[in-house]
Design a protein around this ligand. Structure first.
Ligand code: SF4
Length: 177
C-alpha cells in the first residue's frame, strides 16, 4: 500500500457521497462539501424518486443504515464474511456507485472487518450488481481520495461541465440560472 497516499487522505473526512460525486462531477463535489446540499432541498424529480426508494425498499433488513466514521451504509449481510449493500435508483452512475461501495469496503477493512464484496441494488429496474474489492482497487481508491482532498482544499469550485446530465442535476439552477 502507498503509505504516503494513506497519510494524505487520513484527515479528509470523506463521505461515501463525496466519493460518488468525485466520479460524477467535481463541481458538484465541491459545492456539496462546502455545505450546499441541494439534494436535500431540491424539487428535482430524480432526487425525490431516490428518497422514496430508500425509504420504502428493503424494510425487513435487520442491519440497516449502519453509521460509522463519516459514512452511512444502506445495509449489511453476514454470511461467512460481511457484505455491503447499497440501494440506488438508476444505473446511470454505476461507476460512481461502485466506487462509493468500494470506499465502504475499504473503511471496513481498515477496521479489521472481513469484507471484500458487496451488492448494488437497482430495484426500479429489478437489477443488482456484485462488487468485488481488489488490491488494485485499494490503490485506485487512495488516488481518488487524494483527488477528493485536493478538490475540498480548493478555494473555488471547478467549472461547470456543460454535460447532458446537468439538466437532471439537483444543482442545475445554481450552475445555470
Ligand atoms: S449542474 Fe452540471 S456542472 Fe453543475 S453540479 Fe450538476 S453536473 Fe455539475
Amino acid at each position: 500500500m502507498n503509505s504516503e497516499l494513506v497519510e494524505e487522505v487520513k484527515t479528509a473526512n470523506i463521505t461515501g457521497t463525496m466519493v460518488a460525486y468525485y466520479f460524477i462531477c467535481h463541481r458538484k463535489l465541491w459545492l456539496f462539501a462546502k455545505g450546499l446540499n441541494l439534494e436535500n432541498i431540491s424539487g428535482n424529480p430524480d432526487v425525490i424518486k431516490g428518497r422514496v426508494l430508500h425509504e420504502s425498499r428493503f424494510k425487513r433488513e435487520n442491519h440497516k443504515e449502519i453509521t460509522f466514521d463519516t459514512v452511512k451504509i444502506d445495509f449489511l449481510h453476514y454470511d461467512g464474511q460481511v457484505y455491503v449493500h447499497e440501494v440506488k435508483k438508476s444505473k446511470k452512475f454505476e461507476e460512481a456507485h461502485t466506487w462509493q461501495l468500494k470506499y465502504y469496503i475499504y473503511l471496513l477493512q481498515n477496521k479489521g472487518v472481513n469484507c471484500s464484496s458487496g451488492v448494488i441494488h437497482y430495484p426500479a429496474s429489478m437489477r443488482k450488481e456484485e462488487v468485488h474489492f481488489s488490491t488494485q482497487d485499494r490503490e485506485l481508491l487512495l488516488q481518488a481520495m487524494a483527488g477528493i482532498k485536493g478538490i475540498l482544499n480548493s478555494p473555488l469550485p471547478k467549472r461547470k461541465t456543460g454535460r447532458k446530465m446537468c439538466s437532471r442535476c439537483a444543482y442545475f439552477d445554481f450552475c445555470y440560472v
